[in-house]
Design a protein around this ligand. Structure first.
Ligand code: ADP
Length: 619
């Protein structure tokens, strides 16, 4: 370069040969690329370091425009530097990108200075360029590291070998409650519980010998005095010569993990000691857990069952159930109280009730199914026994009904002939005393006949054979007839008929409706408690005819008002009045079949009113 400068210079004496030799040596030996250029941007000198940095030999570079090493998009920078030079100014540590001969780009830092030949005349510029790509990547590394440390969820702390804290990241602040300012320069024992101080000696000892202490589980104390479980990893920090100068500590908070482990332990204990069979499996049916109750129920040990397909315990004909269950579970659904059958190791069928739930991992993915199975053999046996008993009782009941039917039928025939003979006898007798006896006998036979008729009706209802012969009839007339009939046989009673209506035509079996009214009237007399006033009401209530029979007798307790219509039901208090408890049952059946309603209202001790309605025949 100096040769060239000399050529440019009119005053060659300004340089002496020694000086030049020194400069030459420096130019050759230096690691910095040194280039000179004239004011037209042509390269005038090019040292070996420039050859290495830019890839051009000095032969290739000399005389070329400097732009061969300037990326086109940076020509503005070049103009700026030239501007500075022409003003006689230096440009220092200018970081830019250059272009090399192979076409790669490199990060360089350049110093540019004007070349004066006299005090005022500038003939060119000297450029000293240094490759800083590596330095930059070191900087980047450092920056990345700093970023990692400051954003890490783990507490990262460093300290000297004497235990003095030298760095403290935000996670450490959060975990221990001390800010960076509070702890830098303090001793690490600040966060070590008294009884664990000797641990620190051990750790420092290891680190000083260049060893790492990996995942050491311990306890540290926070600013507010809480003890926290940590896993710490301590590594030696070395200087460039490899000497250990301190330690870096990474602390992981284990409290959550520890709680999780405890919970898991508890859960595992619970499952294993549970009386319910608990089994889990993957979505493709592989058994992944098998508790003791499962061992007892199915006869396979955990060792035998684990890893096997669940079809191990599913009867072949029920394999499709498994497809259904897995289908539900994969959709995230539970299958509850699914009653099915499984087979034990020794081939026994076990009726069970299954509850299956999806197993969901921490990412919300369904990874399997857990099943709780309960042995329901006993329930099933009980249900079967119940069903058997029910059938037995029903068969007995049917037999009883059959017997009642048969008996009442058989009783009816002789009764009818007794009644007929009594009637004939009545015509033959003139003696009043005998006639009175005959009248009483006839009365008793009628009572017996009515009882037998009721029994016969009951068995007919049961056999579905009770027939109705429906026809339109006048309910007003029917009620009058019934009242007359009862009054004639019970002269001491005053039965009043209260009504505003003359005729009410209803559709039905008049004999059966008469049976109902007669039954209500005889009840009113039988339970009258010697109060001889009875009232019958007939009215029209919107589209129904309503009949009411009122007595002033013993009455019925409120809680029995519904029951009296049941078959064979009799209110306990009036056992002195004989009866079978069939009249109201039959009445209700008859009124129901006619599309009406029957009910009672009563005040014990004051009397009862029995009502029934019938739809009115539409004109
Ligand atoms: P029975 O009168 O033959 O026992 P019912 O079916 O006619 O059968 O009546 C059932 C029960 O209802 C009677 O036993 C009686 O306890 C009660 N009962 C029925 N009618 C009256 C009434 N008018 N007053 C009080 N209790 C009555």
């Amino acid at each position: 370069m100096l040769d060239l400068l000399n050529t440019l210079s009119d005053d060659a004496n300004a340089f002496n040969a020694d000086h030049q030799a020194v400069l030459n040596a420096v130019m050759t030996a230096t690691d910095d690329a040194i280039i000179t250029q004239d004011l037209n941007d042509n390269i005038m000198s090019w040292n070996p370091a420039a050859e290495r940095l830019f890839g051009y030999t000095s032969l290739e570079a000399l005389g070329q425009p400097i732009s061969i090493i300037v990326p086109s998009e940076r020509s503005a920078e070049q103009r700026y530097i030239n501007g500075q030079i022409s003003k006689g100014k230096k440009v220092d540590r200018f970081e830019t990108i250059c272009l090399t001969k192979p076409g790669t780009q490199k990060l360089i830092s350049i110093n540019v200075a004007p070349i004066y030949i006299t005090e005022r005349v500038i003939v060119g510029a000297a450029i000293v360029a240094r490759d800083i790509s590596e330095r930059r990547s070191e900087d980047e590394k450092q920056a990345t590291l700093t970023a990692i440390v400051s954003t890490s969820d783990d507490a990262i702390v460093s300290k000297t070998l004497q235990g003095i804290i030298t760095s403290w990241n935000p996670a450490a602040e959060k975990l221990f409650g001390y800010t960076e300012q509070e702890v830098i320069g303090k001793h690490i024992s600040l966060i070590i519980p008294q009884d664990r101080l000797q641990e620190e000696n051990f750790i420092i000892d290891q680190v000083a010998q260049g060893r790492k202490v990996d995942q050491f589980e311990t306890v540290r104390r926070t600013k507010d005095g809480r003890d926290i479980h940590l896993s710490i990893t301590v590594s030696p920090v070395t200087d460039p010569s490899g000497r250990v100068i301190g330690a870096s500590i990474i602390g992981k908070d284990l409290s959550a993990t520890k709680q999780f482990r405890e919970k898991q332990g508890m859960l595992a204990a619970l499952i294993s000691s549970s009386d319910d069979t608990i089994v889990s499996k993957t979505l493709d049916g592989k058994i992944t857990s098998w508790n003791r109750a499962a061992e007892r129920m199915f006869g396979y040990t955990a060792a035998e069952a684990l890893g096997q397909h669940i079809s191990l315990i599913i009867p072949t004909e029920r394999l499709n159930e498994e497809t259904f269950i897995i289908g539900q579970v994969s959709k995230g659904n539970k299958v509850d109280h699914f009653e099915t059958v499984r087979v034990s190791k020794d081939g026994r069928s076990i009726p069970i009730s299954l509850s299956v739930s999806p197993i969901i991992d921490e990412n919300g993915q369904i990874i399997g199914a857990s099943k709780i199975a309960r042995d329901i053999s006993e329930q099933v046996a009980m249900q079967e026994e119940k069903a058997r008993l029910y059938d037995e009782i029903k068969a007995l009941n049917d037999k009883k009904d059959e017997f009642i039917g048969l008996a009442s039928h058989e009783l009816k025939t002789p009764l009818t002939s007794i009644q007929a003979y009594l009637q004939i006898l009545n015509g033959e007798l003139s003696d009043e005393r005998r006639k009175e006896f005959l009248r009483r006998a006839t009365h008793q036979v009628k009572k017996l006949n009515s009882l037998v008729s009721d029994l016969l009706d009951i068995s007919k209802i049961h056999a579905g054979e009770l027939r109705f012969d429906p026809a339109p009839f006048d309910l007003h007339q029917l009620a009058l007839d019934a009242i007359e009939l009862i009054s004639a046989a019970n002269r001491q009673y005053s039965i009043d008929f209260n009504t505003d209506v003359k005729t009410i035509i209803v559709q039905g079996d008049p004999q059966r409706i008469e049976q109902v009214i007669l039954n209500l009237l005889t009840n009113a007399i039988r339970y009258s408690n010697n109060n001889h006033q009875i009232d019958v009401y007939l009215s029209i209530d919107s589209d129904v005819a309503k009949v009411a029979v009122q007595d002033r007798g013993i009455g019925i307790p409120a809680d029995k008002l519904e029951q009296i219509f049941s078959r064979f039901y009799r209110v306990g208090e009036n056992k002195n009045v004989s009866g079978l408890g069939l009249g109201l049952y039959l009445s209700q059946y008859i009124i129901d079949r006619h599309g009406g309603r029957i009910w009672a209202e009563s005040q014990p001790g004051e009397g009862s009113v029995f009502y029934f309605t019938l739809p009115i025949e539409k004109k």
